[in-house]
Design a protein around this ligand. Structure first.
Ligand SMILES: Cc1cc2nc3c(=O)[nH]c(=O)nc-3n(C[C@H](O)[C@H](O)[C@H](O)COP(=O)(O)OP(=O)(O)OC[C@H]3O[C@@H](n4cnc5c(N)ncnc54)[C@H](O)[C@@H]3O)c2cc1C
Length: 514
């Protein structure tokens, strides 16, 4: 049972007096907000559903007066516990969920944080546009939450992460200061630094802190496409930022928008999981929606064979390479909703790779598929190529991929594939070796795991099978977490490539980042 969280009795009344939106302190609401998609459960102090940025400001000011922490929240689909706390939760999805403006000429879209990704993409699609990062939870993940976690998705090898697509943010800080941040020239940063109050202090102190810790940042930040652990300090050290691999779509945005190389404070709020400020509005880049997609499934005899093949597949410039293990294949076959998704997979492969090509012409898709077949022919451990014949089949495959985590949770028994080291990322060329070592850690503790995720960018969702009601298994959980963190460090990788640190992983950051 979650322990009840105490709160000052006058807090609810003070909030209700100033807030036009909803203020909920009843047990039912607090119970509803005590969980997210993680293994944690913590009852919040209360919940505010703001109507406007003024409501947000009022909630933050009142919380500060009562010395109560605040926790911004979107869809609550986070996997590492960053949306549960003994705090005042501010849920943006109920009312602050409007797409405010679309600038088609500049391909920019202004949103409130509670807009859900599918909702945004439905508005952009008629204009041939989309938001780049494509989380599997697109039907419920909000833009505020995606910004908070610096989310990515299956197509990040092409589209990048949220940080690559945020242009400006409006943020309210814990002391009620409202900041608008976006690309800022060096002269403008100097001018801001000499302004009074918190804005001046931030523009003086933040560049100083980055400069003082430059050497440490250069030494500790991994040079991989997928790192969301820690804060985005690397985005403020230009020589490091230039060493980072960049996906083609953000690279094109950089070409079109030279001011993206300027100082942009918005980037420190991306991926900060709400710990530095609360986003009340965002100006985002929208990117072209490819006209055609083609999907092929590759059946492998082992996970290792699939991961060893991945670097060669990447040479064909696919828009996604996703791994599904045998667990997911079998569970989808037993599931009423998904059993048709993979019905053309006839054998019993240990691993499937879903490879997708995206382009504006069908010819380019066929070229990609042909090149892939050529390069993969005779590959050890590869049994079959299974091209999806119709757009419906492509959609079914993607639906099944998106359902991987829920399918896995239907595994019977006390031990479940749970999320706590489920988002490690390494350079794709090292993924096979890294995964073998990861499996070795699980074997040492006599447990198994479920494997799926974004092979294209070295970010696998490996979920160890743990019984969270067993003290012995909880000791294993802690040991596995520490050993995986050490392994990640050895491989120059990240503990999280998209899901965020939350409660599950932030304690490793001191070791990883200094
Ligand atoms: C089955 C499943 C599949 C998933 N697949 C993916 C995937 O493919 N790719 C991926 O990247 N992630 C994935 N996730 C993780 C999660 O869905 C994403 O991180 C998602 O973007 C979170 O959105 P949300 O609205 O649920 O945010 P929440 O979970 O509500 O919040 C996320 C973080 O953002 C902060 N936050 C929320 N709103 C604000 C705001 N206005 N201002 C400041 N901070 C704010 C919160 O405090 C929290 O720290 C998956 C999760 C599940 C359960």
């Amino acid at each position: 049972m979650p322990r009840p969280t105490a709160f000052p009795p006058e807090l609810a009344a003070a909030l209700s007096a100033r807030i036009a939106g909803d203020v909920r302190f009843d047990d039912m609401s607090r119970g509803l907000y005590s969980t997210d998609a993680s293994i944690y459960q913590i009852t919040p102090i209360g919940v505010v559903l703001p109507h406007s940025r003024d409501d947000v400001l009022a909630a933050i000011e009142i919380a500060a007066r009562f010395e109560v922490p605040i926790l911004p929240r979107g869809g609550g689909t986070s996997l590492s516990g960053q949306t549960v706390a003994a705090a005042l939760v501010i849920d943006f999805t109920r009312y602050m969920n409007r797409v405010l403006e679309i600038d088609l000429e500049r391909k920019l879209v202004r949103v409130e944080p509670g807009v859900v990704l599918d909702q945004l993409n439905a508005v952009l699609k008629p204009h041939g546009l989309q938001f780049g990062p494509d989380v599997a939870t697109s039907s419920r993940a909000s833009l505020g939450g995606m910004i908070g976690n610096n989310s990515a998705g299956s197509r990040s090898i092409r589209q990048g992460k949220v940080i690559d697509h945020v242009r400006e943010l409006e943020v309210t800080l814990a002391d009620g200061t409202r900041l608008r941040c976006g690309p800022t020239t060096a002269d403008a940063v100097s001018a801001l630094a000499s302004s009074p109050g918190p804005v001046g202090e931030i523009h003086r102190e933040f560049p100083r802190i980055v400069a003082e810790n430059r050497r440490e940042i250069l030494a500790k930040y991994p040079r991989i496409l997928r790192r969301v652990s820690g804060y985005n300090l690397d985005a403020f050290v230009p020589e490091l930022y230039n060493q980072m691999p960049l996906a083609p779509v953000p690279r094109e945005l950089d070409r079109q928008w030279p001011d993206r190389s300027e100082f942009n404070l918005a980037r420190i709020f991306v991926g900060a999981e709400g710990t530095l400020g609360t986003v009340t509005e965002a100006l985002l880049h929208a990117v072209p929606l490819p006209r055609h997609r083609g999907v092929i499934l590759l059946e492998f005899r082992t996970i290792d064979a699939a991961l060893e093949a991945t670097p060669t597949i990447i040479e064909c410039e696919p828009s996604a390479v996703e791994l599904l293990d045998r667990n997911i294949i079998e569970l989808s076959r037993q599931n009423l909703k998904y059993r048709k998704s993979l019905d053309f997979v006839s054998g019993t492969p240990e691993a499937l790779l879903i490879v997708e090509f995206s382009a504006d012409s069908q010819v380019a898709i066929q070229d990609g598929l042909q090149l892939l077949e050529q390069k993969m022919k005779g590959r050890p451990g590869l049994d079959r190529f299974l091209p999806a014949a119709t757009p419906q089949q492509c959609e079914q495959i993607w639906n099944c991929r998106k359902a991987s985590a829920p399918l896995l949770l239907s595994i019977p028994g006390a031990r479940k594939p749970i999320a706590f080291v489920e988002d490690t990322a390494v350079e794709p060329a090292r993924l096979a070796a890294f995964t073998r070592r990861f499996r070795g850690i699980l074997s040492k503790h006599r447990i198994t795991g479920a494997y799926y995720g974004h092979a294209s960018v070295g970010c696998l969702h490996i979920r160890p099978m743990i019984d969270t009601k067993s003290a012995a298994d909880l000791a294993i959980l802690r040991a596995v977490s520490d050993e995986v963190a050490q392994l990640v460090q050895e491989y120059g990788g990240a503990m999280t490539g998209e899901h965020g640190d939350g409660l599950a992983r932030s304690y490793h950051n001191l070791k990883l980042f200094g």
